[in-house]
Design a protein. Structure first.
Ligand SMILES: Cc1ncc(COP(=O)(O)O)c(C=O)c1O
Length: 401
């Protein structure tokens, strides 16, 4: 699944380059740093991997989402359509931008659907925060149609889907701005880190300044730089960037092995009556970090989870009840529990968050079980896992093995 399966000589070499100069800060110190610029190299490597014109590395995927919102001009009072199935950071970033999250339906891609977006649009809608979930991608053709038709801004949180693409364009690059996470669980990790991407030069310049107290990064006297906008500290350190750089170089290899493993799992598990899989709009563009399996309904999924637990099948997520990725677990959002007032409290929530009507999402996530795919599985480990899964699934649905 993740870069954290691989940590070796390449990561150590990049870190040691930084430690030898002692310059852990990504800017300035030109004379002492011996031409070591890991954050810049990391950005160039990510830009090359995904085909972005511009990439800017920051301290986390969460801060990269904030940069994506700010650089796309989303702020106070703007309604932003968000999915109810995502890592909470996508929603938090909207709230802390001063904007107002509006929840819409997902579909079997596990991402917002064009229909869901269309139904959630109001005269105040400024943007859609499209999250590409579980290593896959949304139905981009239909979604781009709605975006263009309503002249709204698309922002992509591809925190879980770096190296995924739809029709040859990487997730994160359909919108005005996009971002990836490099936390410990992603296809490539920096320990902690994130990368903002765009093909829009003006948006890139805004993100570059926003992530560093508004600095314009011109010249080599930081104290005398201009500040075209107000920003904050979302900087990545050279040490984190060094790890992210080595890990990004591994991504094509990880993606290829993940895809092989996922195809094997889908072929074998797909033979079981009642098992299906999340829709992958472009199978060639899957980053394949997760196998996303559907059972016929929520009850069957819950029974399967019980069987997995009984039979020692590990490495899966049942998001519906277990994880911090689903709206059913977000009581603090529903009840407006905040450290200090946000615009949701000041201006009023655009929806009744406690009584959202999202039947399609409830039904879809209810029957979903996702397995983190490991690139380092041996053939035998993979076969053993699939055999155990098969016994558990069949027994949960009363089928004989
Ligand atoms: C879709 C999505 N967005 C944003 C984030 C936040 O990334 P980070 O953990 O690097 O802050 C995550 C992390 O899991 C994520 O899955």
């Amino acid at each position: 699944m993740a870069g954290n399966e691989y940590f070796g000589a390449d990561e150590r070499k990049e870190i040691n380059d930084v430690l030898e100069t002692g310059i852990l800060f990504r800017y300035n110190h030109d004379a002492q740093r011996n031409n070591i610029w890991k954050a810049r190299e990391f950005e160039a490597e990510v830009a090359k991997l995904v085909g972005a014109k511009y990439a800017h590395a920051v301290s986390s995927g969460s801060t990269a989402v904030s940069c994506a919102l700010a650089a796309a001009g989303i702020g106070a009072g703007d309604e932003v359509i968000v999915p109810p199935f995502t890592y909470i950071a996508s929603v938090e970033a909207v709230i802390f931008a001063g904007a107002l999250p509006v929840f819409a339906e997902i579909d079997e891609t596990l991402c917002l659907s064009a229909e869901g977006i269309r139904k959630a649009i109001t005269p105040k809608t400024k943007a859609v925060m499209l999250v590409h979930m579980c290593g896959q991608m949304a139905q981009m053709d239909e979604i781009m149609e709605v975006i263009k038709e309503h002249n709204i801004v698309l922002i992509e949180d591809a925190g879980q889907a770096m190296a995924a693409s739809f029709k040859g364009i990487s997730t994160g690059l359909y919108g005005k701005t996009g971002c990836y996470s490099f936390d410990f669980f992603k296809i490539a990790t920096a320990g902690e880190g994130g990368v903002f991407v765009t093909n829009d030069e003006a948006a890139y310049k805004l993100a570059d300044s926003y992530a560093d107290h508004g600095h314009d990064h011109q010249g080599n006297n930081r104290g005398m730089e201009n500040h075209p906008i107000v920003g904050f500290n979302y900087r990545i350190s050279e040490l984190h960037a060094a790890v992210g750089l080595a890990q990004t170089r591994r991504v094509p290899m990880i993606r290829e092995i993940n895809n092989k493993h996922k195809k094997f799992m889908m072929a074998e598990l797909g033979k079981i009556a009642g098992v299906s899989f999340a829709t992958i709009p472009d199978a060639d563009g899957d980053s394949a970090t997760f196998l996303n399996m559907f059972l016929p309904n929520t009850e069957a999924a819950m029974k399967t989870v019980d069987e997995f637990n009984k039979n020692g099948v590990a490495g899966f997520n049942y998001w519906f009840t277990n994880m911090y990725h689903f709206i059913n677990q977000w009581n603090h959002i529903k009840e407006g529990k905040v450290a200090a007032r946000t615009n949701v409290q000041l201006l009023g929530a655009p929806q009744d968050y406690k009584n959202l009507d999202l039947p399609k999402t409830q039904e879809t996530v209810g029957r979903l079980i996702s397995f983190g795919i490991k690139a380092t599985w041996t053939e035998q480990e993979l076969k053993d896992l699939v055999a155990k899964m098969t016994i558990s699934i069949k027994s949960s649905m009363g089928q004989t093995a």
